[in-house]
Design a protein around this ligand. Structure first.
Ligand SMILES: Nc1ncnc2c1ncn2[C@@H]1O[C@H](COP(=O)(O)OP(=O)(O)OP(=O)(O)O)[C@@H](O)[C@H]1O
Ligand SMILES: [Mg+2]
Length: 274
């Protein structure tokens, strides 16, 4: 004859509750030992189920998001990078900007933590069940160009508009074709006031005309981006080079570009009328 333990295990398996199934033996043992009463035992069983379910959801979300690594705000050393205001970052991590469909732009030289902070926001959003997608600008453009050539650009644009948070990393490092720039502009126009985008760039907005090879389009892009936007200017040393201070200062630009003030609406490059 089957025992209560066996029947419980069979029921949990049938209900597809692997977290609870894993925990049930220990919970029964604690009941037998007088450590747990009925109420807390039920709570512990359901809690084990929910914890495993949430962990698996997060793993799937992270896989779909294509995040290159997991970074969190807790790992970020604010003392190393005093130009990053803890209050502003903590406030962004409340994710209210997602509700308001606002954007976040991290600007600054190499190694100062732009990608780290962008990923940290994405991880936080994924943990809260939001759909997230990460790509470098170069990868995103390749993906859009491939879709255009294969004749399903509209479908791909729709796919890329749907995540509540998209990270577009490394704007400014690799050259972009004119078609690529136009495709990116189309994507950002569709996401404008529809969903939040977090962007990182080593170039100030004034230089985006060169990055995108078109001053007029860059101005229109920046205009949409900064309309509802939090701007985080990071000015400081590369964390990667923290053990090589002398080399870092030799490599740093003599006069770093002066990007616009944080969270204020910067003036986009002057538009050229067509
Ligand atoms: N203040 C910091 N505290 C802890 N780790 C940091 C900090 N800043 C950067 N890092 C780490 O240093 C490495 C480089 O940072 P990150 O990739 O975010 O730089 P970046 O600004 O995106 O540079 P790039 O422009 O070259 O892409 C990462 O491993 C990141 O986690
Ligand atoms: Mg980076």
């Amino acid at each position: 004859m089957s025992t209560l333990r066996d029947r419980l295990r069979a029921q949990l398996a049938e209900c597809k509750m692997p977290g609870a199934l894993e925990a049930v033996d220990d919970i029964l043992r604690r009941i037998d030992a007088g450590e747990l009463s009925a109420g807390p035992a039920m709570e512990a069983l359901l809690g084990s189920h929910i914890a495993l379910r949430n962990q698996r959801r997060l793993q799937t979300a992270m896989r779909c998001a294509r995040l290159p690594s997991v970074k969190t705000l807790d790992d970020f050393d604010f003392t190393f990078q005093p130009s990053v205001k803890r209050d502003q970052l903590e406030s962004l991590h409340t994710l209210q900007f997602l509700e308001r469909k606002e954007n976040v732009v991290f600007l600054g030289p190499p190694g100062v933590g732009k990608t780290h902070l962008a990923i940290s926001l994405a991880v936080h959003a994924a943990e809260r069940g939001r759909r997230v997608y990460y790509a470098t600008l170069a990868d995103l453009i390749t993906w859009l160009e491939d879709a255009q050539q294969a004749g399903h650009l509209t479908r791909r644009l729709r796919t890329l508009v749907s995540p509540s948070l998209m990270v577009v990393d490394e704007i400014g490092y690799l050259p972009i074709s004119r078609t690529g720039a136009q495709l990116f502009f189309q994507l950002m126009s569709r996401r404008y006031e529809h969903a939040s985008t977090v962007l990182t760039s080593n170039k100030s907005f004034e230089e985006w005309g060169d990055v995108f090879g078109d001053e007029v389009m860059a101005a229109a892009l920046i205009d949409r981006l900064v309309h509802h936007c939090h701007i985080v200017n990071i000015r400081g040393n590369s964390y990667r080079m923290r053990e090589h201070r002398a080399l870092a200062s030799r490599l740093a630009p003599a006069t770093p570009p002066a990007p616009p003030e944080s969270t204020s609406r910067p003036r986009p490059p002057r538009r050229q009328e067509a």
